[in-house]
Design a protein around this ligand. Structure first.
Ligand code: CA2
Length: 137
């Protein structure tokens, strides 16, 4: 089974700032533990701060991978283009968030991803990614 974790803007800063919202671990550290725990899955990871690069990656994997776990960061709340890209591919996409976006500012309650996603997981810290992964098993 081939699964891609796709992270959007600023998620490369995880573990370095705002630990009260996003925790202390860097994503690379978390990803290593996840890969060890699920070593029977071909787990890939890509992060970009650039909207078009996220779309290119969705197109690249979207007809061959079994699933995408997508944290589009703030693009979640703004990007019609990422929403359209998800609509245009065959691979199911799960929207994830580290924080509970519904308990935060109103602009974070809007998602252009959710209407095109298989499901949404938010608010479980980095464990949100593992919960999404388990749903593909
Ligand atoms: O809770 C999430 O996973 C978010 O997707 C994170 C985004 C935010 O814009 C979404 O509303 C919810 C922000 C990611 C920024 O991450 C940082 C991590 C450490 C330091 C600064 C930013």
């Amino acid at each position: 089974m081939k699964i891609l974790i796709l992270n959007g803007p600023n998620l490369n800063l995880l573990g370095r700032r705002e630990p009260s919202i996003y925790g202390n671990l860097t994503f690379d550290e978390y990803f290593e533990t996840l890969k060890k725990k699920y070593n029977n899955i071909a787990l890939h990871y890509y992060q970009s701060n650039v909207e078009g690069e996220l779309i290119n990656k969705l197109h690249e994997v979207g007809f061959s991978f079994d699933g995408v776990i997508l944290n589009a960061g703030a693009y979640t709340h703004t990007s019609v283009a990422i929403g359209d890209a998800i609509k245009g591919i065959e691979t199911p996409v799960i929207e994830v968030h580290i924080s509970n976006v519904h308990a935060r500012e109103e602009f974070r309650h809007v998602s252009y991803i959710a209407p095109n996603a298989k499901g949404v997981i938010a608010g479980f810290g980095l464990q949100s990614y593992e919960l999404a992964l388990m749903s593909f098993l």
